[in-house]
Design a protein around this ligand. Sequence first.
Ligand code: ASP
Length: 548
Amino acid sequence: SRIRQGLFLVLRDFQGLTQIILPQDEAHSHVRKLLSNAPVESVVRVTGIVSSRPPGQENPKMPTGDIEVKVETAEILNSCKKLPFEIKDFIKKSEALRMQYRYLDLRSFQLQYNLRLRSQIVMRMREYLCNLHGFVDVETPTLFKRTPGGAKEFLVPSREAGKFYSLPQSPQQFKQLLMVGGVDRYFQVARCYRDEGSRPDRQPEFTQIDIEMSFVDQAGIQGLIEGLLQYSWPQERGAITTPFPSMTYEEALADYGTDKPDTRFGMKIVDISDILRRSDIQFVQNALSYPHGTVKAICIPQGVVKKRQPDGSLKSLLTKLLGKEQQSELIRALNVQVDDVVLLAAGEHKRCSALGSLRLESADLLEAAGMTLRDPTAFHFLWVVDFPLFLPKEENPAELESAHHPFTAPHPVDTNLLYSDPTKVRSQHYDLVLNGNEIGGGSIRIHNAEQQRFVLEKVLKEDSEVLSHLLEALESGAPPHGGIALGLDRLISLIVGAPSIRDVIAFPKSFRGRDLMGNAPDYVTPEELEPYHIQVSWPVAETEAKKN
Ligand code: ASP
């Protein structure tokens, strides 16, 4: 790792750093020379005597700080060339360079820590599931076919003209089929693939802790996951308490403007429609005249932009349009203190995502200005439950899509509504949120073939033929079942406090989905494409040019 004044050498291995004392006597001059001249990051073998450091020279910051090794013999196993960057955590390097030389970046303390902790957590999860709860670890195929609904899948060409495999976005169908096959407790550390284009902090391939159980209800899955996380939680991050709190989807949207609320701080959204209904503010009146018109607000503590005056009044262009009484009602409803800022949003909305985003944005700004809103060592788990079964499609709100996926069962209380007013049906879908991030989601599944066919054909207008294998399986003695998947990369990144999920994946893809080290995806020649009956639509010459 480094050499100091020809006297010390610091060797790094997977356990950390060890200080080596170079012999200064004549008899060992060749050893001294050999090690002094070795370039940093070379691979060396040293034998010697491990001894205590002289009193006062111990380094309490190093796990090996009490000892040193007096060298007797040494050997350079492999010399290291000049590297594109130094392997020191404090040396700043661009992420592109880190990704291009990922094998060097992996030597950093932080990445070593992240990957080793990830491995320990996964081992504990396996223990918990397999040894304590009778789960069976089953591998499912990664070459499959398109699943209706949900994320876009990667296609893989096959040698049968015009036919493609799909890389599964999750093992969803297989795990349900395993239930039908009598593997009543399944789990897998499963690789999933989603072709969702460039999105920050998403990876085209990522890992789920994927779980499915027969004869289980929502509370059963939730209890299992709480136990799993508690069992595998790293001691150094403090204990986590169970059961986790729970909130309905409706509440989450109303109070936080999102279905994954960060409950580490307040600043909840307050509906002030009734207070402002009697005001003369034109845009407020306009908003309130619509069917879902509301006015909502958040109060940002110490926000000091448009502020309540020290005399206790509100300072805003809007105050002249508000009566004294309305002003005090607002102050009361939002619990406004001196130097707070109130942000309003008026519009036609059921959810209030604008204020939800502003709430998070304001928290970031306040924290950047030195205020602590969220304890960086706190872990706030939250179940979000009672999701709607279907949501209007973003691109065409007249059509419905599954809020989770098409296999999710309706809430038992709402089952009849499925056939009369599907938009009103709540589902048995639950999401697990940690510090405002969705780290898992699952549902109790439809196990009745008729109901599944109805959802696919009549509600989602999908071709149920592509799922005939699943529908047939449901008719073949399928037990009631349900499951969940935890996003392992995101979970680990939150545990270690990494800024990105890339920091907990050994070989991640770039923001644009590229492997910057091996340069994937890459061009292939027309000859290589031939067996797949595929032609690239630009001229071959251009392909070749790009290749070179
Ligand atoms: N397969 C689902 C997903 O990937 C999780 C589940 O429903 O178990 O989101």
